[in-house]
Design a protein around this ligand. Structure first.
Ligand code: SF4
Length: 232
């Protein structure tokens, strides 16, 4: 006896935390609308999206608002970027990406690769991925702060291999957390990524805005230590 495959959730099931109608920086070189999806399984040191991490929080924007926006912006927008949170957490993302593409827009994705099993269905619907790689595997948990020593790293590198193998245009980004990563760790990561076939690896500065007081203090200590000061 064969079991029935459950139907894939419709785009209307997406929990959308926010919608930016026009952005010129979320997909380099494109004018896009950015859809922020609720929920993320990780709790990164430098995350400034704390309000949209809890997967139990319902969406604040109906998917119909995105549909209506796209209908009004034909010819004015190049595409839609799905961001988060971690957008691949939600199974309805596949239906939403298909709908955006069918409406004649490009589809971009910001992801940290937490859900590799979601990618085979999603990748054929994508035109661009901004892929977040946080650290060499041995330092991953110090940033994501969940799971076992390599749980989040294993997911990320499995996802990265799928993205690279798909041929979809990808930019890999690393937010350099100076409370975890030394210059040698960043060099090690860049070398590792180049070995995997990554051609564009962009380093970003960890910013204090929107983070916890504890992390802001840690950033200050790291900056002072970098400058050669002693903090007591
Ligand atoms: S993966 Fe992104 S959204 Fe999730 S906790 Fe880390 S920085 Fe925040």
């Amino acid at each position: 006896m064969t079991g029935r495959v459950p139907p894939r959730p419709r785009a209307d099931a997406l929990a959308v935390a926010g919608l930016t109608p026009l952005s010129s920086c979320d997909w380099p070189g494109r004018l896009v609308a950015t859809v922020f999806l609720q929920g993320c399984p990780w709790r990164c040191t430098y995350c400034h999206n704390a309000a949209i991490l809890d997967p139990r929080t319902p969406g604040a924007v109906p998917w119909q608002d995105v549909r209506d926006l796209l209908a009004r912006r034909h010819g004015l927008l190049d595409g839609v970027v799905f961001s988060g949170g971690e957008p691949t957490r939600q199974a309805a993302l596949v239906a939403a990406a298909a709908e955006v593409r069918a409406a004649g827009f490009g589809v971009g994705l910001h992801t940290s690769g937490a859900y590799p099993a979601r990618l085979p269905a999603l990748l054929p619907l994508l035109d661009w991925v901004g892929f977040d790689v946080k650290a060499p595997a041995r330092l991953y948990r110090a940033i994501t702060r969940v799971g076992g020593p390599t749980t989040s790293a294993d997911a990320t590198f499995a996802s990265l291999r799928l993205v690279l193998g798909s041929g979809v245009d990808v930019e890999v980004r690393t937010t350099v957390d100076p409370t975890v990563l030394a210059a040698d760790d960043v060099a090690e990561l860049s070398e590792l990524l180049a070995g995997l076939g990554v051609r564009r690896h962009v380093l970003q500065e960890a910013r204090p805005d929107g983070t916890t007081d504890e992390y802001r203090r840690a950033l200050t200590r790291a900056a002072l230590q970098e400058a050669g000061s002693v903090v007591r």
